[in-house]
Design a protein around this ligand. Structure first.
Ligand SMILES: Cc1ncc(COP(=O)(O)O)c(C=O)c1O
Length: 413
């Protein structure tokens, strides 16, 4: 079979809808300055889809430093991988500052979070080891685990008894080998907004010998008294052996980092294939990263503003009877019951008639028959934005209950 013939008929779970949804539900173009209001198809919309938690994307200081660093260095410098010819004092300074902030001995910068965590899992484990990970882990964790040649077990999402069961299984097969156990979970789960039960997981270290890696993409900058992350929020930084986050969310940039002991970071620097065989982060991203980290650390008013908006939005939605699931973070899911067709009609109504742009999540990411809308509040939003959203959601939820979205949809399945 010609593989091009095959993909003509099997376009993938999302790709099968590409013709009818491209440019609207998928690959939409949000234009203008990044913020609470942007232009979608020529008209201003209130945007709840960007992980720009602290509003740093368009902070004047960030924009100035990004521009100056780009003018000074361009995007080429430094050339080559860090190990060969692409190291710089700025890269090392950002690593030192991140280490101090997340209270770890050392840090290694990564070009992208997705590739970075895959490569970190790959570098850490050999075929004798067992990896155990939360069933709702982000794709980058799942793809990293796929590279692992030894045993891999999943534990049911945030189910500590089930994790213990997997730890027992792992320990039983490890008795005959020289392997160890790596447990992986997230600080904040980016879809449902609940937190990984880090404290309870770390408690299990008293009975089982394992190391813990967390992906805190949504927690870094938003959680904890200083914004250092979900492990700081839960008071368990010492129990998290490997801390990972991306620059793609609170830091509003590109890149990522991984932090832990000095020995571990030296090992990763010399063994992570995503960094050894790829060009280093460009200078403007690193210098811009230093400025973002400084603001994230020193401007606690940005985090206060974020949480004012989060609380107003989530309390308002809950008071109106919406089901927000288990979120106890900034991530704001809204669960509704309905078909995929109704969900797409509801979203179009919100976009076209209420000028609200938010993301929709459907099966297979969540169970069939459920609709999940996901809103990301940020420090760039206003209380007027929240009020307009609450009023609009009350109206569309009433229409959904009255079956007003049952007309034919672009996405009928
Ligand atoms: C939980 C989680 N991990 C990792 C990533 C990947 O990070 P990056 O965008 O830097 O590749 C994301 C998305 O950005 C994420 O949500």
């Amino acid at each position: 079979m010609d593989i091009f013939e095959k993909i003509k008929n099997n376009r993938g779970p999302l790709g099968q809808h590409a013709k009818s949804v491209h440019g609207y539900f998928t690959f939409p173009k949000l234009e203008g300055e990044i913020g609470n209001r942007m232009i979608f198809r020529g008209k201003e919309k209130l945007i709840w889809s960007l992980n720009n938690y602290l509003g740093l994307a368009n902070h004047p200081e960030v924009r100035r430093v990004d521009a100056e660093a780009s003018a000074q260095y361009g995007l080429a410098a430094p050339m080559g991988a860090r190990m060969m010819s692409g190291n710089s004092s700025a890269h090392e300074q950002l690593e030192r500052e991140l280490s101090a902030f997340v209270k770890r001995e050392d840090t290694f910068l990564l070009n992208y979070g997705y590739q970075g965590i895959i490569s970190a899992i790959d570098a850490l484990l050999d075929r004798h080891d067992v990896v155990i990970y939360d069933s709702e882990s982000h794709a980058c964790i799942i793809d990293g685990v796929r590279l692992h040649q030894g045993k891999r077990y999943t534990f049911m999402h945030n189910d500590i008894d089930n994790l213990e069961k997997q730890l027992k299984r792992a320990q039983n097969i490890l008795d005959d080998t020289t392997g160890g156990i790596l447990v992986i979970t997230e600080g904040v789960f980016g879809m449902s907004g609940d937190q990984g039960k880090l404290k309870e997981i770390i408690e299990l270290k008293k009975k089982y010998n394992f190391r813990l890696l967390i992906d805190d993409a949504h927690g870094f900058g938003t959680m904890g008294p200083t914004g250092a992350g979900t492990d700081e929020h839960q008071g368990v930084q010492e129990g998290v052996d490997i801390y990972f986050s991306t620059f793609a969310k609170s830091m509003a940039s590109i890149g990522a980092f991984i932090s832990g002991s000095e020995q571990l970071m030296e090992y990763l620097r010399y063994n992570m294939r995503s960094q050894i065989f790829a060009k280093a982060l460009p200078m403007p991203l690193v210098i811009g990263g230093l400025k973002r980290l400084e603001l994230l650390r020193t401007e606690s008013s940005l985090r206060d503003k974020l949480w004012t908006i989060v609380n107003a939005l989530q309390n308002g939605l809950r008071e109106r009877g919406f089901n927000l699931g288990k979120t106890n973070t900034a991530v704001t899911p809204i669960f509704l019951s309905g078909t995929l067709g109704e969900a797409t009609n509801l979203i179009m109504d919100l976009r076209e008639n209420y000028d609200i742009f938010c993301s929709i999540v459907v099966y297979p990411v969540i169970p069939r028959g459920q609709i999940m809308l996901r809103l990301i509040p940020t420090a760039a939003h206003t209380m007027e934005d929240v009020q307009h959203t609450l009023d609009s959601f009350s109206e569309v939820a009433a229409k959904l209950a009255e079956k007003k979205y049952e007309y034919a949809s672009v996405l009928e399945v």
